[in-house]
Design a protein around this ligand. Sequence first.
Ligand code: NAD
Ligand code: DAU
Length: 349
Amino acid sequence: MILVTGGAGFIGSNFVLDWLAQSAEPVLNLDKLTYAGNLGNLAALKNDARHVFVRGDIGDAALLARLLNEHRPRAIIHFAAESHVDRSIHGPAEFIQTNVVGTFTLLEAVRAYWNALPENEQKAFRFLHVSTDEVYGSLGADDPAFSETTPYAPNSPYSASKASSDHWVRAYHHTYGLPVLTTNCSNNYGPLQFPEKLIPLMIVNALAGKPLPVYGDGQNVRDWLYVGDHCTAIRTVLEKGVPGEVYNIGGNAEMKNLDLVHTLCRALTALKPGRDIASQITFVKDRPGHDRRYAINADKIRRELGWQPAETFESGLIRTVRWYLDNETWLMNVTSKAYQQWIDLQYAQ
Ligand code: NAD
Ligand code: DAU
């Protein structure tokens, strides 16, 4: 079996659902169920014996040792993290705890387990660390896109914690020989994304007739990838990636935030005609230290492993908007009191 951490979050749950739709190999899913984790994402697997869910923390060394020795996974796919930049600005401590200390604790447990494996199983074992393009910092308008050799320059507490975890993963390969793979991916969007991130937040607010809060001048650029394509990329890296290597993953879909929000308004209006949603766009105070532009050069994974995205931004966005329109109950369940408290804190002004 494989062990997935953070498999009740946005990308992790898409990955688990996708994996079990395509493979008979069971998944052990370890997730702490923070505000971002949601077992409702995995409701389709309720009666599927191939999915073993354990609520727990990647920082719990005893639990990790027990799970590894009991289930004997052949690979770890490490998604678990605190993932939201704005929350990292309000409270960075949790980001150190999970993204840095948690990843270190996981690496230590995996090292002990891996050391005791027979040689052929050691060779076949993989630790795939899911990271982000934000570790590379911010690009100017004419800079070339981030490649795997771009120097690290994280600017937010979130990206600093992810950069640190990447370094730990790298060190475990160079020092101990652990067969690690690291992926650095651009902004994901798609079904099951918690509505604190740009696209689902705008959908929720648009449907509720609330303001669509665009930070600063709305000219920041992100490079968007449909979550299903990210899952395919991870499976490809797991299967064909070379241990110790880093693979950048992106969707070739750079877009200014304001243009994206207008495109989203048009998509919503097309699927749910009614009021003029774009009139809800409101400029709000900028995010402190807001990175201006991210762009991924995904040549290496295409050239060496043969992966490329299947969705265009237009096709992925329509699928996403349809999913949110069709899943009102899911949305109601995640926009609870705690969610409203976050919205009040973040958008108070
Ligand atoms: P998410 O916030 O939706 O989900 C994170 C999951 O991790 C949740 O289920 C949460 O309960 C779990 N978790 C948090 N702390 C934990 C702990 N201490 N122990 C066990 N589980 C814990 O995040 P996401 O957007 O799905 O991102 C998944 C991974 O992909 C993260 O590592 C993130 O840095 C990376 N990433 C995300 C994006 C993106 O656009 N969302 C892009 C590139 C990389
Ligand atoms: O680049 C990969 C990263 O993408 C991942 O590592 C992170 O986990 C993920 O959260 C995402 O980070 P961003 O900060 O880019 O995503 P977010 O959805 O928070 O914001 C996207 C852009 O939209 C960013 O420029 C800030 C802006 N924004 C965001 C929100 C929530 C707004 O203008 N208004 C908003 O209300």
